[in-house]
Design a protein. Structure first.
Length: 185
């Protein structure tokens, strides 16, 4: 599938996004011909982590969440990482940015602790999704139907549990971003 001409946003938190959950989806979108824009909470570089504790690499932030809108993008990726996901869900502009993708019925992918941001954006009610097991209760308390599967797709929302699920997650991201908007989302 080709994503030629599709602009996909990927969120990154300062110090805390899980590196493989950022790098591999980004690479998959670019290899499929998409354009990836790195959206951060602050300008400059953002440092990632591996396994939440070990330092990862540094990545340039293309634009800040304060300076973008969902209208500019065809889809959104929310990587995990406990610290990164927690920082993102605590930022009102990031929450509003995520919510706008759902209002516009655009595809969104979230992995590991990334669904915390979906809970905060109040978009999981009556949806099937998965995540890192420790946030299952948060999802269920927000009205979501949690399941322990490698990848779950629900009306343009793609979720996965952890870095081991990245091959399936990335493949489904490309597929959903190629499909585009979901009228029934």
């Amino acid at each position: 599938m080709t994503l030629e001409g599709r602009n996909i946003a990927i969120l990154i938190a300062p110090r805390g996004t899980e590196e493989p959950e950022f790098v591999q989806p980004r690479r998959a979108i670019e290899q499929a011909g998409g354009i990836v824009t790195v959206i951060g909470l602050e300008p400059g570089e953002a440092k990632t982590n591996n396994g939440d504790l070990d330092p990862g690499g540094s990545y340039d932030v293309d634009r800040t969440v304060a300076d973008v809108s969902a209208e500019e993008f065809d889809g959104l990726i929310i990587p995990g990482g406990t610290v990164g996901a927690d920082k993102l869900r605590a930022d009102g502009q990031a929450v509003d940015f995520v919510s706008a993708f759902f209002q516009q019925k655009k595809p969104v992918g979230a992995i590991c602790h990334g669904p915390w941001l979906l809970v905060e954006a109040d978009v999981v009610e009556d949806r099937e999704l998965t995540s890192y097991p420790s946030i299952r209760t948060d999802i269920e308390n927000a009205g979501g139907n949690w399941t322990d599967q490698e990848v779950v797709v629900d009306q343009g929302l793609v979720t996965s549990r952890n870095p081991h699920d990245l091959p399936a997650f990335c493949a489904k991201l490309v597929e959903e971003f190629a499909e585009g908007r979901h009228a029934d989302a």
